[in-house]
Design a protein around this ligand. Structure first.
Ligand SMILES: Nc1nc2c(ncn2[C@@H]2O[C@H](COP(=O)(O)OP(=O)(O)OP(=O)(O)O)[C@@H](O)[C@H]2O)c(=O)[nH]1
Ligand SMILES: [Mg+2]
Length: 270
């Protein structure tokens, strides 16, 4: 069994060193891939300095500018699939996600035989600390809106703390994933659900960042509102599952099977 956590960064110099150490200190071994978008504050330089300490376990991809969270993750997923990793996790650099919960996410996939484990704020036992009222409203409202429009049985569809078994990522055609902000997180879960993968939600406590600045902006919220409608629209009127399934795995037989089998996703607390 081998685990990777992908950490996208943009101006996270206050957090990245501490975060890398926290992950490296976990009792379950994780490799780390930092995908940095040319952070002007020198985040990538800090990672490079730590690479001599953690040698083959700490990896860095540097992109030339701020290209968005969604494309950073897709870059990371492709990187991971070219290597041996069985469990591939997403986590923010800002300690909103507690790195020790990575172990619970991997175990939820492994012991519970799930394909996707979501670190969820909105299942029993989940919580959010230090958010302003407007953040609560946007996030809760976004989750309810997503469930209302898509009927996807996931209580925290915008969550960015997720563990995927590699078979999920192997089966998703990343060219069909269009969004970069919250809608990206929704779109990935929606694709996994539509392809019939088993999703579990693991309660986590989300803590607002202490250091560095948020990259949230109104464009991301707008993308979410319109994006959810678009995701649902595409899935209704086009053959969504054929489009979203990775081409390399496509054969007439697998397509026929996918279309025929309305496999039911299971979403459960953990
Ligand atoms: N590579 C890359 N990383 C990004 C980009 N935008 C945000 N990130 C990183 O993605 C993670 C989540 O971004 P945040 O700014 O914390 O966004 P958020 O968690 O929605 O907002 P807050 O709750 O206010 O922190 C952090 O690790 C950021 O550094 C981007 O364009 N490219
Ligand atoms: Mg954050």
């Amino acid at each position: 069994m081998s685990q990777l956590v992908i950490i996208p960064t943009y101006n996270e110099k206050e957090n990245i060193s501490q975060m890398i150490h926290a992950v490296m200190d976990l009792e379950m071994p994780f490799d780390i891939l930092v995908v940095d978008d040319g952070s002007p504050d020198g985040t990538a330089q800090i990672v490079k300095q730590l690479q001599s300490k953690f040698s083959s376990r700490l990896h860095l991809v540097e992109r030339s500018g701020k290209l968005g969270l969604g494309t950073a993750y897709i870059h990371g997923f492709k990187w991971a699939l070219n290597r041996r990793y069985e469990f591939i996790c997403e986590m923010d650099a800002d300690f909103s996600h507690n790195p020790s919960d990575l172990i619970r996410l991997v175990k939820a996939c492994n012991n519970n035989a799930a394909d996707v484990a979501i670190g969820s704020r909105y299942v029993k036992g989940g919580d959010i600390k230090n958010w302003t009222l407007d953040r609560h409203i946007y996030s809760r409202g976004g989750s309810l809106y997503t469930r209302f429009i898509t009927w996807m049985p996931v209580k925290d569809p915008t969550a960015g703390f997720v563990c995927y078994h590699r078979r999920v990522l192997e089966n998703i055609n990343f060219d069909a994933i269009r969004f970069v902000g919250y809608a990206f997180q929704i779109e990935m879960k929606f694709a996994a659900w539509k392809l019939g993968f088993k999703i579990v939600e693991v309660p986590i406590t989300f803590v607002d960042r202490k250091f560095g600045t948020s990259k949230m902006h109104s464009g991301i919220i707008k993308e979410g509102v319109l994006g959810v409608l678009k995701i649902q629209w595409n899935s209704l009127f086009k053959n969504y599952r054929i489009k979203v399934r990775n081409d390399e795995l496509k054969s007439d037989a697998t397509i026929a099977e996918t279309v025929k089998t309305e496999s039911k996703p299971i979403v459960e607390g953990f």
